[in-house]
Write a protein that binds this ligand. Structure first.
Ligand code: FMN
Length: 336
């Protein structure tokens, strides 16, 4: 039974589930598996070393799925920033018309993507209502509201989705999806109840058969519980939620104890290169890697097809059950 929300209609997908951009995970195989299962798969642009490599990855994805898929462009502060404009140009030249944007100052990129004919549908990630409002002014089509539970860049305000989603419903003039902490159909039903048009999942998709990371890391997620993440880099106002391991323990110790407060002291511990190695060598303590509190809800490694159909069924059952709680007449009390 297909869902009918603003998200499914706009993107032409069956189930209102987006696979969020994931550095070193969001390759063509991952995106295609999600899209083939009825959700929206997303290739992560910066996982590709150059815009031309992104072109190849997009072309590969087209051979793996006939269904719509998108590209994530994450704009993060860097000493030598990537040529975002060139990545965006490739996205447009390859006919991609769904883009997930995230990070700082997305104005110029959104403008470039919106000038295409037809213009791109933009899903923009925000962790605060203030940022969401700025994104609305830039003309985004959907806000992807990332609660404090989420994996990766949680922002600095620590507001969880229970508040953020309702604030978005109360104040946002554009539709939104819920991101952070979702793994099952009960979560999807809750997000829809709070006014979202669908959900975005990252960590849950890392832990699927098609996710291109070492099986030991998927097993580490299955074995973990919701307390096994750690917030790192708050001191530098770049807070990231990571899987708690030996390296995050060392990094947070330096963060607490450093007398200089120089980022250089912690930089070797939070290196993205070592994080990438973790996914290849399967050693969960080799470097830092991103995961959300939702690891506590993940107990298996299904295919994307199995996962998405299960979420679909659970959401339908949950929403029907909720409807059945409304009755014509107040029942007799259980306690006599
Ligand atoms: N979000 C981005 O916008 N850009 C990224 O490069 C990115 N990399 C991620 C890498 C990993 C391994 C994970 C788990 C998440 C990443 N995210 C990134 C965040 C996800 O797109 C998504 O917003 C987040 O995972 C939602 O929270 P959840 O993990 O609780 O589902």
């Amino acid at each position: 039974m297909p869902f009918n929300t603003a998200l499914t209609r706009k993107l032409g997908i069956r189930v209102p589930i987006v696979q969020g951009g994931m550095q070193w995970v969001g390759y063509a195989e991952m995106a295609a598996a999600v899209s083939n299962a009825g959700g929206l798969g997303i290739i992560t642009a910066l996982t590709q070393p150059s815009p031309e490599d992104l072109r190849k990855e997009i072309r590969k994805c087209k051979t793996l799925t006939q269904s719509p898929f998108g590209v994530n462009l994450t704009l993060l502060p860097a000493m030598v920033p990537p040529d975002y404009g060139a990545y965006a140009r490739v996205v447009l030249e390859e006919g991609i018309r769904i883009v997930e944007t995230a990070g700082n100052s997305p104005g110029p990129i959104i403008k470039q993507l919106k000038q295409a004919n037809p213009p791109c549908v933009i899903l923009h990630k925000c962790t605060t209502i203030r940022h969401a409002m700025s994104a609305v002014k830039l003309g985004v089509d959907f806000l992807s509201i990332d609660g404090f539970e989420c994996a990766g860049h949680v922002g600095e305000t620590d507001i969880t989705n229970f508040i953020l989603l309702s604030r978005a419903r109360q104040t946002m003039p554009v539709p939104f999806i819920a991101s952070g902490g979702f793994a099952d159909g009960q979560g999807l039903a809750a997000a829809l109840s709070l006014g979202a048009e669908g959900i975005n999942m990252g960590t849950r998709f890392m832990c699927t058969v098609e996710s291109p990371i070492h099986n030991s890391i998927k097993q580490a997620i299955v074995d973990a519980d919701e307390t096994d993440t750690e917030l790192v880099l708050r001191r530098w106002k770049n807070t990231s939620r990571l899987f708690k391991n030996k390296v995050t323990e060392q990094a947070t110790k330096i963060e607490r104890e450093s007398t200089t407060g120089k980022f250089e002291e912690v930089a070797p511990y939070v290196s993205g290169k070592r994080g990438r190695e973790v996914f290849i060598n399967g050693d969960k303590d080799y470097g830092v890697w991103t995961a959300g509190q939702v690891i506590g809800l993940i107990h298996d490694i299904p295919t994307c097809e199995t996962l998405i159909s299960r979420i679909e069924t659970e959401a339908i059952e949950t929403l029907s059950k909720a409807t059945s709680l409304i009755v014509d007449k107040q029942p007799e009390p259980d306690i006599t």
